[in-house]
Design a protein around this ligand. Sequence first.
Ligand code: PLP
Length: 379
Amino acid sequence: MTTTGSNERAEAVINLDAVRHNVCTVTAAVAGAEAMVVVKADAYGHGAIPVARAARDAGAPWLGVALPDEALALRDAGDEGRILAWLIVPGDPGIAACIERDIDLSAGASWAVEEIASAARAIGRRARVHLKIDTGLGRGGSSPTEWSDLLLQALSHGDTIEVVGIWSHLACADEPDHPANDEQLAAFQEALATAESLGVTPEVRHLSSSGAIITRPDMHFDLVRAGIIVYGVTPGPGIGPPWPSGLDFRPAMTVRARISHVKRVPAGHGASYGLSWRAERETSLALLPLGYADGLPRTTRGAQVMIAGNRFPVVGRIAMDQCIVDVGDAPIEAGADVIVFGSGGSGEPTAEEWAAWDDTIGYEIVTRMGARLPRRYVG
Ligand SMILES: Cc1ncc(COP(=O)(O)O)c(C=O)c1O
């Protein structure tokens, strides 16, 4: 596809000052522990490379990603700091590639320890490994019953594996009062005690993601993994904004577009596929050239956007490339600037509001903004 590189139709504006500010806020909040900035999934839709650079500028000693390829892309872009990649599959060529490029790997199963050890042996370099214990989430990681076997297995590969981390992930970090948080903390502490009794003393122990970074200082250990708060979006409805005192996370993504067409329609006129909406009175419909191919959720109900300082409803179904805004009698013309969501500071909707309109979480709203939506970096 030949592109003009134009952002006239629509764009996601990423404020890297906000990213840097949020990284500094995390760093200050976890004083005593280090911060890992999670840049998986293209930095939650914000662009992994620019966000990683901003995070490093702000002093982040660690970056975290899910996939080896995501880590390798950071190395290709010149990042030389500590990176952890935590999602590998058997036979993953990313295992050897990560060891070669000095990227830490996670292992939570015996096959992973074996494959990392044999890749490290073939390369002639010791792999840095974070052993993962499943403390209750039910995703990756060793079950508590297999934990000491996993530790012993890793120890038996001491020539090829250096256990630098022990870690786990919370199921309910977004619900501070959920009893699972304390249960997982207790399970994690037990796993650490078992490791210590076997002589494994890792450089970093890590459990907290955003929700626990804010609400559970007792879970910070040596390292925290900060994702969504780096992007200024809430990890859970009760957590902020308003943020607890001393914390101020600023949204980094603004999605804006320009109206491509405005037309006057009579009462009873429908809008979009299925005609699920009809005008109650004569009104003006403005066409927003942004649809589910750009990342707007098709299942959204009751969404709003801001045009010329006022909010207007998105009406009818969101289509692949476009959706319709009922602007009533407002003097809106083709070319008008639309803020789909942003910081909320000027009254525009936020990612959290879009999440509520689609019965999802802010994470999904920012992460799903598609490749077709050009990113523009400011700050
Ligand atoms: C293992 C792991 N750690 C940390 C994070 C960051 O979580 P959050 O964005 O809530 O900070 C994630 C994100 O899903 C994750 O999968």
